[in-house]
Write a protein that binds this ligand. Structure first.
Ligand SMILES: [Zn+2]
Length: 219
């Protein structure tokens, strides 16, 4: 005869399911976990989210797909395996290595949109490296690529402010690009101080801010 349906779950598969549920609940609530276990769990979650967003952006983000296409056309195709989700110090959201790799700082993104801006930014550096023979230790070279990457990536909301056929960008946009470019050049190991970073950005501003390649081709 079957036991009554209100009997406690004693069969092994139900009890395994219950154990799994308990484990999951403790992961989500943090109860019953050591701080290390909790930390490890959160890091795994961030990594998984970064990988998921990366796959979606590589396939569906207009700016990422556009940049990947132009890198391919320029002979510098970037395979997905060269774009890596990793942990970084808290000051940065992404990085680019001239050997052809991009790191996305998985702990840094509050939204997929933010990750898209960062990935597009790094792809613009990659494009500049591919097309223009950039010397990254030359502050003017670095400044030029930072101006372009910050202006064109969406870091300073370029796309919203572009008028059709006419790049009429607001003063705030320019101030944002300038500020972010100076900060990045300041972090260059060859940069002695903030004044040098500012000087480098000012010296190349006109020509680099107005150079929207490869984006000018879509308007
Ligand atoms: Zn940059």
């Amino acid at each position: 005869m079957d036991p009554p349906s209100s009997a406690p779950a004693t069969n092994p598969s139900e009890s395994r399911a219950f154990q799994r549920w308990l484990k999951k609940a403790s992961l989500v609530t943090g109860l019953g976990l050591t701080p290390e276990e909790r930390q490890h769990y959160l890091e795994e979650q961030k990594h998984a989210r970064c990988e998921k967003w990366k796959t979606e952006l590589l396939n569906y983000s207009p700016s990422v797909v556009f940049m990947l296409k132009h890198l391919r056309l320029s002979g510098c195709a970037v395979p997905p395996s060269n774009i890596v989700c990793g942990s970084c110090d808290s000051t940065r959201s992404g990085g680019f290595h001239p050997s052809g790799a991009i790191v996305l700082c998985e702990g840094h993104f509050g939204s997929k949109r933010h990750m898209q801006d960062t990935l597009t930014h790094e792809l613009i550096h990659m494009y500049d490296h591919c097309k223009f023979n950039v010397d990254w230790y030359n502050l003017r070279h670095h400044a030029c690529s930072e101006i372009r990457a910050n202006s064109l990536s969406g870091d300073c909301r370029f796309m919203r402010e572009v008028g059709r056929g006419n790049v009429s960008l607001s003063k705030q946009h320019q101030a944002c690009v300038r500020r972010r470019a100076i900060l990045s050049v300041r972090a260059n190991p060859k940069c002695p101080d903030g004044a040098a970073a500012e000087r480098a950005v000012n010296e190349v501003w006109e020509s680099c801010f107005n150079d929207t390649r490869p984006f000018d081709e879509i308007y």
